[in-house]
Design a protein around this ligand. Structure first.
Ligand SMILES: [Zn+2]
Ligand SMILES: [Zn+2]
Length: 246
């Protein structure tokens, strides 16, 4: 997993939090697309994303959908896949897609250039079955985490979620952090409530520009650094499923 940005919504230096799942160095799935994510993706990987999972509709996680629309609307490129939790679709519709007359000369709708794939508890992408679960960020069913069983859990922006993490006993956990506890994010003091078997697997992200000292002693993600992951469970791969049904 490579993070392109690890900052919070007001971080100027660290970039908006987002990460790319890489397979043998090739981008497989981008998680979130906040401001400047597309150019960071292009610089890091010399490519444009082919698939994105959206955790929630705060602008630090979706703002680049607008410039991406314009890039795609005037290029004959393949439609990227947008995996969006079903309850977020109406929110994205209101927050982004409903803009009137996307192109001055008319003839274009926001969704024309994307392959929108609403998802519930899980979805398949590139032969892998990803889990999707609700987290605790502002309102029920307004923000979601992502997991690849056996491999990783990505919390998205959230308060602590011990109930959800209990389902993932060995995965690497990428987790929201904020120095101070607040109603939207997980404070450092909140992390003490996770038992050691979870704390030992945490990689923290979504912190502030000046938080390095406060986070000393915790394992934090830095943008541009690859975090190696274990292979997914066979049941979360199409190859594993074929072996099971053969
Ligand atoms: Zn955020
Ligand atoms: Zn948020």
């Amino acid at each position: 997993m490579r993070f392109l940005g690890v900052g919070n919504a007001i971080s100027k230096r660290l970039g908006s939090s987002c990460a790319v799942l890489l397979q043998q160095g090739k981008p497989l799935l981008l998680i979130d697309i906040g401001p400047d994510t597309l150019s960071r993706f292009g610089l890091a990987l010399a490519a444009q994303p082919e698939a994105v999972f959206i955790t929630h509709a705060h602008l630090d996680h979706i703002a680049d959908l607008e410039p991406w629309f314009y890039q795609l609307a005037f290029a004959e490129s393949k439609w990227p896949r947008l995996y969006v939790p079903a309850s977020l679709v109406p929110i994205l519709q209101r927050r982004v897609a409903d803009f009137p007359n996307w192109v001055a000369e008319g003839g274009r709708n926001f969704w024309d250039v994307f392959q929108l794939i609403p998802v519930s508890e899980s979805f398949w992408h590139a032969g892998l079955r990803f889990d999707v679960f609700a987290v605790r960020h502002h309102a029920p069913n307004a923000a979601f985490g992502l997991a690849l069983p056996g491999s990783f859990v990505y919390s998205g922006d959230t308060r602590p979620i011990p109930d959800q993490l209990a389902a993932y006993p060995r995965e690497t956990i990428f987790h929201d952090v904020s120095v101070r506890s607040n109603p939207s994010h997980t404070g450092l003091a909140d992390l003490d409530n996770y038992h050691a078997a979870i704390r030992d697997r945490l990689w923290l992200y979504h912190y502030g520009d000046d938080d390095a000292r406060a986070l000393a002693g915790w394992r934090v993600v830095n943008a541009g650094t690859d975090v190696p992951l274990a292979a997914p469970d066979p049941a979360a791969t199409s190859a594993g499923m074929l072996a099971w049904t053969a």
